[in-house]
Write a protein that binds this ligand. Sequence first.
Ligand SMILES: Nc1nc2c(ncn2[C@@H]2O[C@H](COP(=O)(O)OP(=O)(O)OP(=O)(O)O)[C@@H](O)[C@H]2O)c(=O)[nH]1
Length: 947
Amino acid sequence: MSQDHHPRDGSAGSSSSRSSPTPSSPHPRTPRYMTVGNGSTSASAAALMSTLDHDSGYGSSIAGDSYTNDGSKGWHPGLTSDQPTPEFTSRIPDETNPDADKDRRIMASHVHQLYYNQNRAALGRQITKTVETLTGLQQMNSKWPAQYPSVREPQKPKSDPRPGFAHTQSTVAGGDIHKGKDNVPLRPGAPRRAATSLGEESTAESSSAAEARKPQEPERLITPQSAQDFSVLKLNMNVQGFTQAEIAHSMKKESIASLLDGRINQSIRHLLRLRDRIEDTSSKVLVTGDLNAGKSTFCNALLRRKILPEDQQPCTSIFCEVLDAKENGNLEEAHAVHKDATYNRNDESTYDVYPLQDLEKIVTDNQTYTQCKVYVKDIRTIDESLLNNGVVDISIIDAPGLNSDSLKTTAVFARQEEIDVVVFVVSAANHFTLSAKEFIWNAAHEKAYIFIVVNGFDNIRDKDRCERMVLEQVANLSPRTFKESSELVHFVSSNAIPVAPAIGPGPPGGDGGGGGSGSSSGPSNDFPSPADDDEMLGKHGEPGSPPRKDKGKEKEKLQDFEKLEGSLRRFVLEKRAKSKLAPAKTYLLNVLTDLNLLATVNRDVAQSELDRVWQELQEIEPAFEKSKKARAEVSDDVDKTIEETCSDIYNNTRTIINNAISQVAATDLGVPYPGLMSAFQYAEDVKQAMLDQISQAVSICEEKAKHQTIGSVNTIKSLGVLHLGDEYNDLNFNSDRMFTKRRDLLARQVDFEIEFADFFDISSLWEQNEKVAGTGMALTVASVLGGRMMGGFGWVDGAVGAARVMGTQNMRRLIVPGLIAAVVLATTYTLRTIPTTLPPRLSRRISSTLSALDYTHTNASRVSTETRKILRYPAENLHAGLQQSVRALGEKREERVKVKKESEVARKYFGNLVRETGEGRGRVEDVDLEGAQVPGLAGGYEEGMMV
Ligand SMILES: Nc1nc2c(ncn2[C@@H]2O[C@H](COP(=O)(O)OP(=O)(O)OP(=O)(O)O)[C@@H](O)[C@H]2O)c(=O)[nH]1
């Protein structure tokens, strides 16, 4: 709104309401309307009234132009945009037709109500929608913990040890918020590379440092300023000694999400209360101010009845709410509410009933009561009355004077949502005390506008100076109130207003009484006007007071007060939009702005998460496939290695043992032949040496197998390192522990007795004899016979055969020398051939025994089996490692896919939320509460209104 000051009126605008009545209009016959405040309202209000002037009714022209089909927008003063503000004229009632003027005002009131309802409906709709949005956000927050925008606190200079007033923190790597010009934070810088270049930051990051860096959380794209901008959804993370940044940084995402959830709940509750409030047609006016500033006197002046006790000394110590008696079955009485009780008019246990004249007793007793409800009949007309105004149910609350004790209580009281208007009464003589300043300062945050009554103005001599000084203070305390000070700051003398007694003959000069007859008797007609009835202008309207000498001054005081009343009515009624809808609008704007910011940040976080997981999936997918393939390939390779090693070892062992067995006879066993007497011992020694030789061969096989096992274990290990890298879990392999089971079983297994026959090797003897020339007949005979004898016929057969050939006589002659020769021969043979004949014989026996035992296979199999057993450990370890690697990659992939899906959902959700909250904000901004003012509704005063 802009205030256009008429050149002929220098006192409008920010000056007080004490401007003198404006000269008559240049067009006295045409009623004109005035606007207050500044900005577009003047245009819209003037246009509206112009419509009323030129239209027979308001219905069609307005509905057609301003009501949008979608119903989403509130009324906007677009009817006559750019239309010049009508030339100022004072509002002179049309004397020729007073009813027309009144009708127009009533009509204007209805139009105002229409717009008010439109705006109320628009805000109500938006509240419902915002509650739905918040509920949706809560659900989303439970699935995808929302990130709370945070920035890292800039490094504080070391000289300042106190924690700064922190916002929140950042997760930007390295914690740097790069500051641009004017200390404006920029986007976090890209990761720095290790390089040296002039003009750049000298602390280049080494690659190892970069590696050592923890993986970054997704960047939270927000500036410290925007983090600070949070109002409704600001998280309360106060822990003594810690900054918000430190707390937020140390908190888990889930904890922040749960804090946010709580905040959303609060916000939903507040929105629902706001909706109830804007749907409520009642309005409460809290009158507060310094001790003895004249609050009760002021309230009485408004009521034109001396209802509330006034005193030279502070007396009001409880909150007294004055309501229309209609709300109490038209009964005038006071309900003193019990301490700790919640007032319920229908429940008498919550209060005590007193007649009005006993109020003095109640208001000073703050031990028994905390507040009282005073039901009075307002006998003024709906044009004049504040309580009974025909539009809204208004109640006036007289608060205890402010001091250090009551300040907090009153501040809390004033913050209540049902308090629409705060009227602050300040003594003109004392100006604003510290308590007053503190109260207004705090209240200004809650209520954009405060109605200020500078009371006791009659006591001031230099009135201009007082006005100037008070307005200067208002400008500091509540700039918005100051901006509209012509409407909101009034300099009056409340005690100069004629009032009727609480109980008695009714309004001053009237015949109605507190008993309630006033309303029916049309008291307004009898109410004293400033121009008449000198007798009535006694001190604070007390009948019978000596008449005032200075009639002009008294009249002026009354005019000032009436002007105040007009403004107050406008403030309560016309600006109800501000006082009642504005909190809803402001809160909606705040919550939607916060939601928009939160949604923007989370949309970006979701996007960056999406980018991150997409990038990670790009790396994981091939690694996963590779890992799966490697698992199969490596398993095959390992199996192959084991198979080859074992079969190699089996074959080698077999060959070596077989060779050892077959060649043991030819090997120099190093056993000395001790002579015939120890032939058996010799045979035992040879046998043992042979067995040792074979055992040694087995040991060699085992050694070889060990070496091969070591090689294969290393091969498997290399495969593990190759495919698993650092993840490969190496096992300790000690080859010394292989083949530790004793192999001396062999000696027992091959435990055969040396036989006599073992010393004779006939086949070798035969070979020997053939080589010897000139062997005697006996030898030949012996050979033949022996051969036959040895051939299996036995000695008897041999002897019988020889006897037959040679004849008995010859036999007899030959037998003795033959036998001697044979014995000699045999002895010689034996003596000569034992070292040669015994080993092959033994070897054959050993060989056949071992073969019966399947010795070669058993040993080859044992060695290769043990090797297989040993190799199975690293193989299984590697397999498990690969399995684990595949599983880990699979899980990682699954997790990323899940995050990707969730991030996609979140990005979409928050993207929509950004749009929705932006649109919602636009709709709320379009609800033009300023434009809903209709000048002229309040008929309290006309002349003083300036354009
Ligand atoms: N001269 C002058 N005296 C006034 C005016 N208004 C009130 N008083 C006097 O100031 C004294 C205190 O008035 P109250 O209305 O009781 O003041 P209050 O602010 O309600 O007092 P507490 O609620 O007890 O703090 C009374 O004696 C009034 O007559 C005024 O405009 N001018």
